[in-house]
Structure formats: structure tokens, C-alpha cells
Design a protein. Structure first.
Length: 580
């Protein structure tokens, strides 16, 4: 008899997410539903504001990827006003965004996703000497996993267990038969888990050098950047490069090695396509490499759409074909709307009561606070895997080099005598590997960008801001900022009238991926990726967590909170004018 299970909340993510799944007698997921239980209203907050201030408010959409919302919002206003930023500003924005990628991807793998692959209790049984030797199977220069270091970490874990202080390691599905790493491999991963806590601080320092602070940087403004002294000071640029050099080593000698290790052990799931999902992908492109124009510049990540896994057919991106549907979202019904015309009118219809004491989603009706974005009437996945797939379809030299390099290493470990097939990327394992591949690429190209900034300043170019006449350009305008956040395609759209924001919409990566069914009943990326997944024990849905976490959900980006009973939570009056 089919079993209908609820996983609520999904932990180790940003925000509130509920998954319901129907599992057949063979333990296979045959249906799935993703629901956010929070409402987003920040677009409403932005209405009537000065568009130059939009970025400072829009970055509060999320406490994790604050800088990328900040930048997209600023770019939307720049696009509306026709402002082109100077070269120094372009490079600094790339470095800020790149540091965010390094931070976000590393934190995601080790602290949000690794425990779906790594069994902590198994690590306690490992032989530290054998584990130190095992590390050399995955890299020529293992990071921080000598016998003494591993023994110290194992003793530290044992003390936690003996004192009953497992903390975030408590209440997990330890011992589940779908954990496949050996005790020694688990110990290596646990060591890097703990070391990555220190490394994320280094990435935060990088962001703070040019951003002023982290999170919520302050240095990006319409027209450029304000970190003038940091750009002109060779010591600050050198400090950034020093931190980047250290972080780059961790990426290559720990992160990439651990993902290769996990990918090899879990290769059967990659080969059979577990978690493949929609197989349709979209990338907006990002990281401008020249100053030829707002959306005409060469980019590190390519833009485009790949449908049904067809890497031979890259479809050019057209932002006018983006729309949001609310047929199964808790908003007032309307036809799919382009973000310029987007509306945020709540219509919460609640959950369905059941006799067994659980309240289930009304899956035939509305069941999530997340809208359902569509591109040219297609459901698509966004994120690191989408960027890799689009890059491969575009035959981009850099992305192809890094992706095929990883597939070659995987093929060697599997004894294939050749690179692993590209098809393995269409899986939960592939989605996780794509993020690591991208992190290595980012760490390498950022070294070039630091040198480019230093050389440009040394040559005498100190310009950081482009002046514009706000009173002239701001009367009636509209624009969009579309690029890539660590989690995927992020767009901010702004409509300005009489110098004030008339309409504002943000369509974020988790809106694309975590969305419910659309008006045709088609699944979102999370839902589709769960179909066909084998669950060893429905009471321990480890496999559901593994696939959902592979997307790195950020539900706070997609939604914000409201009292559904209409209760007024607070009233604030802000005086935006003052005299000195």
C-alpha cells in the first residue's frame, strides 16, 4: 500500500520548506510536492521608494546571499537609467560576487549537504592511520588529514558522544543503509567539515575588504562602487589575494577531493540518474569580462536554455519570455505574468485536515507561498548544474575544461578507462559535483581578476563611479538586473514612475527550483527530482534530504513571513528627511 509521508521542516537550509512524498510498496517515490510555509512581501515594501535605495532594502531578502541581491537590485536600476559602470567597479563587483560563491558553495557542501553522504558515527570507528593513507587516493596533497590531526578530531568527536553533546549531529539517520562511505572516508570528510568552519571566515574577510562588511555589504551604489581607498591601496589588494590563495588550496585539496570521493562511492546513483529531475536548465550568465556594454559583455558563465538534456541545442535567453504563475501558490489567481507586471496579492487557503492527526497539503489546489516561474512556457532548473550544462552546450572552453577534467578523474576512479559519461551530471550526485567544479573554476579565475584590478590601478585608472543625472533619467523608466547567484538564476525587475518605484519583483533561484505545480500541472525542479528515488526506510527519508539539499534551498530568498490571520505585528514610521 502506498505511503504518504511528510518531511517538515526540511532542516539544514535557509528558510522553511515542507516536502510531501508518496512512496509505493517498493520504496520508490511516485509523487512529490514542495511547499514553502512562509510568505514574501518585500516587493510591496519597496513600492514608493527611491530606486537608488532599492539595493539596501532588497539585500535583506536573504541573510546568506545578501551581496548578490544587492548587486542585482543595483544593476536593475542601472539598466533602467542607462548607466554603465567603470572598469574598476566591474572587477570589484566580480571579486565580491566570486568570494560569495567560494563561501556559499563550501558552506553548502560541508555544513548543509555533507551529512547526507557522511555518517558521523561511522567516523568514530575509523583507523586514523588508514584514513590518512586513504586521503592520498583522492588528491596528491591532502589538506589537514594527517594521522595525528585525524586522531585528534576523532578524540574530539568521542568526547562529544560520551558527554551526550552531539548538538547538530544529534537526531540524524546514522546507520542508514544508504550511507556508503567507509569509516576512514567518513573521518576524512568530518575533518574537513570542521576545518571548513574556519575557512568560511577567510571568504568573509575577502568580501569585507571591498564590501565594507559581511553580510550586507555597503560598497555598491548605482553607477559603481564606493570602496575607493581599498582599490587604491596595494596592501588591501594584496591581502585579498593572500586570503584567496589560501582558500583556493582548500578548494583543490579538500573540497574537490571529497566530492570526487563521494562521487566515486555513490557512482551507481549518478549512473542511474537518481535525482535527475526536469533535465531542462537555464542560466542568465554572469561575471562580465569586458566593458563593452550592460548585457553585451563577454561573461564567464554563459546565458541560455537547454531543454530535455539536449546539449546540442542551446537556446538564446530572452528575458521577455519569463513569467510567474500562481495557480498552485497562495496568491490571487491571474494568468502568468512577466515580472514587470508581477503582483504579490496573498490568498492563503490553508491545509487539508486528516483523521490521522496530520494536516496535508491541498495538492489539487494551492499549496505553497512560492510562485511557479516558467520560461517560454517551460519548467526549468537553475543553479551550478544549469551553469555547467549551459556552458557545455555553448562549448565554452573554460567550463568544458573543468567539467571534463572532473569527469576524467571520476572515470579513472571507476576503472572505466575513459572519462565518466556526461549523462552522470543529470543526477543528485552530478548536481553536487557541479557546485564543486564551479568552485574550483571560480577560485582560479579570481586570481586573474585580482591581478587585473592591481594592474589597472597601477596604470593610473582610479575611476570607480559613473555620474548620472537622476532627475532626468528617473522620471519614467524600467529595468532589470539578471545574473547568477550561487544558487542559480536571479533577476530583479523595477518599474520607476515620477522618480519612485511603482513596481518591483524579484524572481530568485529557489523560486525557480522550489516552486509547486504550474497551471498545466507540471512539477517544479524539487518535485521532479524526487520522482523515482528509492527510499530505504520511509521513517528515515535520507534520500529525500540528499536530493533536496543538492539544490541548496534558500527559501528565505523566495518568501518572507506574514500573519495569515491578518493581525498587525507592528507599525513603524521612518523619517527619510533630516536637517543638520
Amino acid at each position: 500500500m502506498a505511503e504518504h509521508i511528510i518531511v517538515d521542516p526540511i532542516t539544514r537550509i535557509e528558510g522553511h520548506l515542507r516536502i510531501e512524498a508518496v512512496i509505493d510498496d517498493n520504496g520508490v517515490i511516485t509523487d512529490a510536492y514542495a511547499s514553502s510555509t512562509m510568505f514574501r512581501g518585500i516587493e510591496t515594501i519597496l513600492k514608493g521608494r527611491d530606486p537608488r535605495d532599492a539595493g539596501l532594502l532588497a539585500m535583506r531578502i536573504c541573510g546568506v546571499c545578501t551581496g548578490t541581491h544587492y548587486q542585482r537590485s543595483i544593476e536593475a536600476v542601472e539598466n533602467a537609467f542607462g548607466v554603465t559602470i567603470p572598469k574598476n567597479a566591474r572587477i570589484v563587483r566580480n571579486l565580491l560576487q566570486g568570494a560569495l560563491y567560494l563561501h556559499d558553495h563550501t558552506v553548502h557542501f560541508y555544513h548543509l549537504h555533507a551529512l547526507d553522504w557522511v555518517d558521523i558515527t561511522s567516523a568514530l570507528k575509523a583507523d586514523p592511520k588508514a584514513a590518512a593513507a586513504e586521503a592520498f587516493n583522492w588528491t596528491d596533497e591532502p589538506w589537514g588529514v594527517g594521522e595525528g590531526e585525524l586522531k585528534a578530531i576523532q578524540n574530539r568527536l568521542n568526547k562529544f558522544v560520551e558527554q551526550g553533546r552531539l548538538g547538530l549531529f544529534a537526531n540524524a539517520y546514522w546507520g542508514n543503509k544508504h550511507y556508503k562511505l567507509t569509516p576512514e572516508q567518513n573521518l576524512i570528510a568530518v575533518a574537513h567539515y570542521l576545518q571548513a568552519l574556519d575557512m568560511q571566515r577567510e571568504a568573509s574577510k575577502m568580501m569585507a575588504i571591498f564590501g565594507g562588511k559581511m553580510p550586507h555589504p555597503q560598497s555598491i551604489v548605482v553607477g559603481g562602487v564606493t570602496c575607493v581607498q581599498d582599490i587604491q591601496n596595494p596592501a588591501r589588494i594584496a591581502e585579498f589575494k593572500s586570503l584567496l590563495t589560501k582558500y583556493r588550496q582548500f578548494v583543490k585539496r579538500a573540497y574537490l577531493a571529497d566530492v570526487l570521493m563521494a562521487g566515486t562511492v555513490y557512482a551507481d546513483e549518478a549512473l542511474d540518474g537518481t535525482g535527475s529531475g526536469l533535465k531542462s536548465f537555464m542560466s542568465y550568465g554572469d561575471f562580465k569580462l569586458d566593458d563593452t556594454g550592460f548585457y553585451s559583455a563577454e561573461q564567464l558563465f554563459k546565458s541560455g536554455v537547454v531543454l530535455n538534456g539536449d546539449l546540442d541545442n542551446l537556446i538564446p535567453l530572452d528575458q521577455s519570455k519569463i513569467a510567474e504563475d500562481v495557480s498552485h501558490a497562495w496568491y490571487q489567481d491571474s494568468k502568468p505574468l512577466h515580472p514587470y507586471e508581477g503582483k504579490t496579492d496573498p490568498n492563503y487557503t490553508g491545509l487539508e485536515k486528516k483523521e490521522d492527526g496530520f494536516a496535508y497539503l491541498k495538492t489539487d489546489e494551492k499549496y505553497s507561498w512560492i510562485k511557479s516561474p516558467i520560461y517560454d512556457d517551460n519548467r526549468v532548473e537553475v543553479g551550478p548544474l544549469a551553469r555547467i550544462v549551459v556552458g557545455l552546450a555553448a562549448k565554452d572552453e573554460k567550463i568544458t575544461k573543468y567539467a571534463t577534467g572532473f569527469l576524467s578523474k571520476l572515470g579513472d576512479k571507476l576503472g572505466l578507462g575513459k572519462a565518466a559519461p556526461v549523462s552522470v551530471v543529470f543526477s543528485t550526485v552530478g548536481r553536487t559535483a557541479a557546485r564543486a567544479i564551479e568552485t574550483e573554476l571560480m577560485a582560479d579565475v579570481m586570481m586573474d581578476w585580482v591581478d587585473e584590478l592591481a594592474a589597472n590601478v597601477a596604470a593610473g585608472d582610479l575611476k570607480t563611479w559613473t555620474e548620472f543625472d537622476f532627475d532626468t533619467v528617473s522620471k519614467d523608466a524600467k529595468g532589470y538586473g539578471m545574473a547568477e547567484a550561487p544558487r542559480g538564476a536571479l533577476g530583479h525587475w523595477v518599474v520607476v514612475k515620477d522618480g519612485k518605484i511603482e513596481n518591483y519583483q524579484a524572481v530568485v533561484p529557489s523560486t525557480w527550483n522550489a516552486a509547486p505545480r504550474d497551471y498545466k500541472g507540471r512539477m517544479g525542479a524539487y518535485e521532479s527530482a524526487l520522482i523515482g528515488t528509492k527510499v530505504a526506510d520511509p521513517k528515515e527519508p535520507l534520500e529525500i534530504l540528499r536530493t533536496i539539499h543538492s539544490f541548496d534551498p534558500c527559501i528565505a530568498c523566495a518568501v518572507h513571513i506574514v500573519d495569515t490571520k491578518g493581525k498587525e505585528l507592528g507599525e513603524f514610521k521612518v523619517n527619510t528627511s533630516c536637517s543638520i
